[in-house]
Unconditional design. Structure first.
Length: 372
């Protein structure tokens, strides 16, 4: 109990400090400095990557594998400035706690442990740049693990699923260029607002009619801008939206259909439609063997098997390199009011969930015989 309490107090202290120095992606300089100072105190080997990222290794006595553990370190932009509204201060604190646990038990460590404090998960995709920097090849990573604090499931549980878990995402920018004119003389113009309304309705058929009902997909237009005055027919309309799914072939179909519908509208309405699709994070796809090991290690009674979620995570880039497992750390506590969703200005959690996180990682390491 003594070691557990001491470790919790350490993680609690980390979180309280990190929560006060939130920094946006690529600018996590104070956060990075704090992490490195603590690693220096522990005598742990590390290097700086991507200016603010921190990556290192703790070597086992008889390594058969190298396991990587990742925490994202950036904050979110809010109306009140940078704030930790997605739990990344908690993720960083948990990984620092895991490193401390491993160093305290270094004589029992068999396998190599790589730790990744990753910048810019919220954008523009720090995980991809970690891969491009050659981190996984340099440290010969065999498997990778990560977690996310999640207020949709109760404290004391972890949630995940095998296979596709979190969605692939694409950002949409659609520009409609038509012919403006006086509102009293519509016959002399081409109404961009009418085109936009019909276009939004038409692309909803992609999910309902071009995809199998078994395949999960979402296509949302969340923003429309256009027009200048009530009596002027709008010429230029901008639509912004998002598309999300899991399978690469489904994502490809959605992109193709969007462009074909736009081309048809150009002919039908005598207008021009430019469709920009920005491919963002791929789908988080949990390795089935790692999932089975995780269930056996942690105990079925402590796990909630979740349905696929349409949120996204750049942890997916790591899973393209090596087998990986990503899970949710339950944080919901209705009695204490910890029920607000991720990215909500009132998001918060009870730091006692750190104990569950560390115990989960410890069980996994012991099950895999990475630590005695």
């Amino acid at each position: 109990m003594g070691e557990k309490n001491e470790l919790f107090e350490q993680m609690l202290g980390h979180r309280r400090t990190l929560n006060k120095i939130p920094e946006l992606g690529r600018n996590e300089f104070e956060t990075s400095k704090y992490i490195k100072n603590h690693l220096d105190n522990l005598g742990v080997e590390y290097e700086t990557v991507l200016e603010t990222g921190v990556v290192g290794i703790i070597k086992g006595k008889n390594p058969k594998k190298t396991l990587a553990f990742r925490a994202d370190i950036d904050a979110l932009c809010s109306d009140e400035g940078p704030k930790h509204l997605c739990g990344h201060d908690g993720h960083t604190s948990i990984l620092l706690g895991l490193i401390e646990y491993v160093t305290n038990n270094i004589e029992s460590l068999n396998d190599n442990i790589v730790f990744i404090f990753q910048p810019a998960e919220e954008g523009p995709g720090g995980a991809e740049d970690i891969i491009k920097a050659g981190v996984f090849k340099k440290y010969n990573v065999d498997e990778v693990f990560g977690l996310h604090i999640y207020p949709e499931i109760p404290e004391g549980y972890v949630g995940l699923r095998p296979g596709y878990f979190l969605a692939q995402i694409g950002d949409l920018n659609i520009d409609i260029t038509s012919k403006t004119g006086h509102g009293a003389m519509p016959q002399t113009s081409v109404d961009g607002i009418v085109i936009a309304g019909n276009f939004v309705n038409a692309i909803q058929s992609i999910v309902s009619r071009n995809l199998s009902p078994i395949d999960n997909a979402v296509l949302t237009i969340g923003c429309i801008n256009g027009g200048s005055r009530r009596n002027i027919i709008a010429g230029n309309i901008r639509l912004e939206g998002t598309m999300r799914t899991f399978k690469p072939e489904v994502y490809k179909t959605m992109k193709e259909r969007l462009r074909k519908i736009a081309a048809g509208f150009e002919v039908s309405y005598d207008c021009k439609i430019d469709v920009e699709i920005i491919d963002d994070y791929g789908a988080v796809n949990n390795d089935k063997n790692l999932f089975n090991e995780f269930i056996e290690a942690v105990g079925k009674e402590n796990v909630i098997e979740l349905d696929p979620l349409m949120i996204s995570e750049d942890f997916s880039y790591y899973q393209k390199e090596v087998p990986g497992l990503f899970f949710m750390l339950g944080a919901k506590n209705e009695e204490k009011g910890y029920v607000n969703s991720l990215h909500n200005i009132n998001f918060n959690f009870d730091e006692k969930i750190f104990i569950n996180a560390i115990e989960t990682y410890k069980k996994l390491l012991k099950f895999k015989k990475s630590i005695d």
